[in-house]
Design a protein around this ligand. Sequence first.
Ligand SMILES: Cc1ncc(C[n+]2csc(CCOP(=O)(O)OP(=O)(O)O)c2C)c(N)n1
Ligand SMILES: [Mg+2]
Length: 342
Amino acid sequence: MPPRTKTAPRTAPKPAPKPAGLGGERLGHFLYQMLLIRRFEERTGEMYTKGKVRGFLHLYIGEEACAVGAINALEPQDKLITHYRDHGHALARGIEAPRVMAELFARVDGTSKGRGGSMHIFDKAKNFFGGHAIVGGHMPVAVGLALGSKMKKEDAVTMCVFGDGGVAEGEFHEALNLSALWDVPVVWFCENNGYGMGLPLAKSNANDIYKLAEAYRMPSVRVDGMDVIGVYEATKTAVEFCRAGNGPYFIEAMTHRYRGHSMADAELYRDKAEVEESRKGDAIERLKKAMLADGLMDGSGYEALVARVEEEVGAAIAFADASPQPEISTLFDNIYRESPND
Ligand SMILES: Cc1ncc(C[n+]2csc(CCOP(=O)(O)OP(=O)(O)O)c2C)c(N)n1
Ligand SMILES: [Mg+2]
């Protein structure tokens, strides 16, 4: 059968030549952000047990290299939309830790004035379009964001981050299909941590995730999601491909969450040994060791980073704690538009 032109495979550009080593400053920034996310999440877990953070809480511990590697490949005008395990993405996008913590505490100085909470961090000024709790629900929205950029001829790529659990949703297929059909600039970034709640991926998906994307006529790669440099480089290639008007690009990053699905998860579906094994490839340790070995940082430089992060997260908690609760009188604010011209 002759190939139909529209379904001819897109050819991925050759990966950019490895930079002669990313500079120490950039790697230091990656390490700082990964440490910040880890400590932010550890302390957030503590705040949950103290009753300061209520409702659902899904920690990102273990997956830091995904957010930091991928999001640092974006430019400020690019758009980012993500799933509900979103604190790490918000921090990697440069949203201030005190504002994220205040949102988790449901206080007025939070990113959404305390109305969104953990799963709905949002910051228009940073082109951060949430934080979405419905699995797969934000994927069609990503297509809309990218279609808007294309129609307005904006120089903006949309990155959509989602978990392996979203892949068996109908919206995944609808969104990938439309993104390819309309040639819109979306970097699909799948964080494959092997589980959707307690369900192992092998029980929900019939094929490797990156192979599904190939069916929708876009370049698709699988990367080690515990290697921040590899994630960054793969995502740079993807972003450049999309920015050049070639349509969407798909990345599957293999990663691990070290904690349960949420704070309420007793993790009866997996052995502790499995988690211990995955910790051996910890992304923070890997980058730290590489930087020490290459002389890009010494032991005291590392200690200084740890101390800086400790102080920043402590300050974020103090800020959130001091921020007022929203007034009861504002309960119905921002539900309906005030006027059609808003
Ligand atoms: C449409 C829909 N179905 C079910 C749920 C309940 N749910 C919440 S998280 C989750 C698993 C998601 O797994 P994954 O996308 O792999 O993300 P991860 O938690 O691993 O980061 C499910 C099924 C939901 N939020 N939305
Ligand atoms: Mg998952």
